[in-house]
Ligand binder design. Sequence first.
Ligand code: HEC
Length: 190
Amino acid sequence: MRLNASMNTWAALALSVAAFVPLISVATAQSVSPHVARRQQDMKAMADAAKSINAMFKGTSPYDSKLFKAAAETIRSQSGIALSALFEGSVIATGSKASSNIETERQQFDKLALDLGAHAAALSVAADRNPDALGPGMRMQAGDAVAGGGPLAKRIDAARAATSMSAEHAFHLMLQTCTSCHANFRVESN
Ligand code: HEC
């Protein structure tokens, strides 16, 4: 009986290994370099973080300042120089959607990466300042839309010097930064 049992186990193992072999070779044929995998992974993590912040603004998830901050920090820590570093040198690679524009317009790419970090940092600070509730202070306000332009904007800016823009406005600007980088520097396929 013992022998039978162990032979069965061995047979089952051999079968499952055999079943794995074709899977492994398919995976190898389609795999991207670790470098490309890393930057795509970081992008996915940023997308998940942005989704969780969005859900809190929309009220589909309860506001939790710690989760909000953690999500903002996920994006902040993977933006700026860290983001640029993942696209250094030659960016065209198998399985990558990075555009060659990154190589020719690197300054603009780096600027968008830094902008992303600045907006994420603003969100992180907002979470610290609002530990209990996503209150009106975090919401988009009339001044946000005109900030930076005209005498009205200047008056509003002065009045709100300390808090500058609302977290919600920073969030919108952050999403615009994702979109504008993708529009310029990501292609449908390589
Ligand atoms: C400075 C430019 C830049 C910014 C800013 C940026 N991305 Fe990306 N993103 C890229 C590039 C380039 C790729 C393609 C990477 C590749 O395939 O090698 C990409 C790919 C992605 C992908 C696909 C990943 C995959 O699995 O292939 C997602 C999702 C994504 N970005 C989400 C975001 C989100 C969300 C933000 C903002 C919070 C953001 N990105 C900000 C440049 C940027």
